[in-house]
Design a protein around this ligand. Structure first.
Ligand code: GDP
Ligand code: MN
Length: 351
């Protein structure tokens, strides 16, 4: 028994020593997780599923980001769980704090009424730092500069199917820039002026609005008349899952959009989430064919889960969903997917 343990440990060491030169996947891509040290177990839960169902065949690197230094324990366990290289990035303080043009008093007023109205995370300062960071900064981190693609993974998420192909290659070859699995409406109180601010931006920079955009997904008004005169229906792609092109965020349209939003202060005076910010930008600045719905991904982030509706996914991708296909969030009254199908001229629930 002692020999067996020693052999296991030695095999593990050999694997660790080979990290960094075993990548099989051909893309400049990384799995990315923004996470706290205390979320280690939840991080490992999500990692294990992605490794078992996808990355053990590709060995893409993992990049972990944190506003505090990662502990030795966190590094050890996540490195052992990863089949690819691991890198640990510390977020610069300037990118995880209120900019100097934000008024602390005005921010306090917001947290006061939001906590009275029980708005989720309404009184949280760090949640706002997180939303602003995901909206405007993560791709600028030193650790991510070498990549073109990322797959955002959150602690505690579940993956119900195998991914038997390289999603980064798929995105590149099919000219996709952004993708999602679940879409739903945001709480209006948290983004009260996001749309009017976006309308102002669009008026100033009409050249950034893509011709064949997805305005019809994010408004229930007549989209043929353009952005002006429409209201936001609050639909957004749930950003706890994202596979996307980092160069979209690095591009001129998004950079200027983020700066414009940031100056308006809504990340602190309201509670603008990175999901609606990413979604509105992707919907307006990209032609609709550059946004991909991963209909073959089974996924859960509390409180919602969805499962592929097609037989092939279940036959070939070993989907194991803890609910019937009809109970998938796709078919829930709060899902925004029906608008997505409509935009693409498909009928409800085809794929
Ligand atoms: P929710 O999904 O909107 O309920 O928000 P989460 O609590 O899941 O946060 C979103 C992501 O940001 C997750 O990956 C968290 O681990 C991460 N996160 C949230 N707050 C912090 C924080 O203060 N520090 C760090 N390092 N990560 C955070
Ligand atoms: Mn989450």
């Amino acid at each position: 028994i002692t020999d067996l343990l020693a052999e296991k440990a030695a095999a593990r060491e050999r694997l660790l020593a080979s990290k960094g030169n075993v990548q099989v996947g051909k893309e400049k891509a990384s799995l990315v997780m923004l996470v706290r040290n205390r979320e280690l177990k939840d991080a490992l839960t999500a990692m294990k599923q992605i490794e078992d169902r996808f990355n053990r065949n590709y060995h893409y690197p993992w990049t972990f980001l944190n506003d505090e230094p990662f502990t030795e324990e966190f590094r050890n366990h996540t490195t052992r769980m990863a089949s690819g290289a691991t890198e640990y990035g510390l977020i610069p303080e300037k990118e995880w704090s209120m900019p100097e043009w934000i008024s602390e008093d005005k921010f306090q007023e917001t947290t006061k009424w939001m906590s009275e109205k029980n708005v989720i995370y309404g009184d949280s300062r760090t949640y706002r730092h997180m939303c602003r960071y995901n909206s405007g900064f993560f791709w600028r981190h030193e650790a991510l500069k070498k990549y073109d693609w990322y797959w955002r993974v959150e602690p505690s998420t579940s993956f119900y199917c195998d991914m038997n192909y390289d999603p980064f290659t798929f995105m590149r070859e099919n000219n996709k820039k952004y993708s999602f699995v679940i879409s739903l409406p945001e709480y209006r109180e948290t983004i009260e002026t996001l749309w009017s601010t976006t309308q102002e931006f669009a008026k100033l920079h009409p050249q950034y609005i893509a011709k064949d955009n997805s305005l019809g997904f994010i408004t229930d008004d007549d989209a043929s008349k353009g952005i002006e005169g429409t209201d936001y229906n609050n639909c957004h792609f749930w950003s706890n899952f994202e596979i996307a092109d980092l160069n979209f965020w690095r591009g001129e349209a998004y950079t200027k959009y983020f700066d414009y939003l940031d100056k308006k202060g809504g990340f602190y005076y309201e509670r603008w989430g990175d999901a609606p910010v990413h979604s509105v930008a992707a919907a307006l600045f990209l032609p609709k064919d550059q946004i991909h719905f991963f209909s073959d991904v089974g996924y859960n982030h509390v409180p919602w889960g969805r499962c592929p509706a097609d037989d092939e996914s279940h036959d070939y991708a070993r989907c194991m969903c803890p609910f019937e296909r009809e109970e998938s969030f796709d078919l829930h009254q709060w899902s925004c997917l029906k608008r997505w199908w409509k935009l693409h001229g498909k009928s409800w629930g085809v794929i």
